[in-house]
Design a protein around this ligand. Sequence first.
Ligand code: MRU
Length: 338
Amino acid sequence: MNPPDVLAWRDGRIAALDQTALPHQVRVLDIGTVDELVEAIAALAIRGAPVLGAAGALGVALAVRQASRCGWDGPRLDAEIKRIADARPTAVNLRREVTAVAGHIPQGRAAVEAAAQAVLEFAAEASVALSHRGAGYLRDACGSGPLRVHTHCNTGALACLGWGSALGVIRALHEAGALDSVIVDETRPLLQGARLTCWELGQLGISHRLICDGAGPFLISQGLVDAVVVGADRVAANGDVANKIGTYSLALAAHRAGIPFLVAAPESTIDESTPDGAAIPIELRAEEEITVPAAPAGTRALNYAFDITPAELVTAVVTEKRLTRNGLGLTRPGHARS
Ligand code: MRU
């Protein structure tokens, strides 16, 4: 899927694939105001760290247009831009790209819109580069394949544009003939794995099996997985990784089994200004996302949307520019296939 299909700037408005409707409906949102954008981001109609960054970039362009239409003064424009940056707290890409594009406001509307478009183009290019680097790493670490790879949440074009991050690595393995199949977990409570990753893998013709979230560590312990590859919402300066809730348990299982746990993310997800995982804000979402429809009325829930995987459990972080080994030291490389 090409970037314009996921997210695009059209006649001063944002066209975004509504990710809450997938896979059953392919619906495009036509977003013309900051309110509509913030609502779409909060509802996860637009989601995934790099796509949040790209949407934030376009959001600044949208806010500038709305400011001239509605006669907003400077402080009002700043406040509206801040609302976009704050729409979700964990993925650093959102705040980063909003801040970067807002820096072009003194140069005028055309400069802002060009800067926002450049964010989309760069995200797509970066995704392809990091995908090939990550695939090369896994082939070195596990042997040339065919590999059985476990992934979590959704990290394809829907989340990143271009090829995606973790799903891009999987696509690069597939194109190199080095992929056996993919294990996809559901990713409760909003089912990004079941709804979005299975949809994207199906479109790419990549063999996959869906499992429930709790099954992941068991499959890994049974030698049914050669490597785990996930994306990230923020990588702290010390290498700790914030990603969708459920990532940490996969990292523990991969560590125990001695298989690679690879984090694939663009450089824009690495946040040198956040020292470690403890300093990353973790989004707490509505309880109803967990309780409805199964729990008895009145059941309270604790809906942390992300978790922190400590750097020592991460075998490597791959970006479009580099591959950083985090010093896990694989105990039994390739063990799962032996
Ligand atoms: O809540 P979401 O769907 O925005 O969470 C997405 C994830 O956690 C992804 O794994 C992450 O953004 C990496 S996508 C490259």
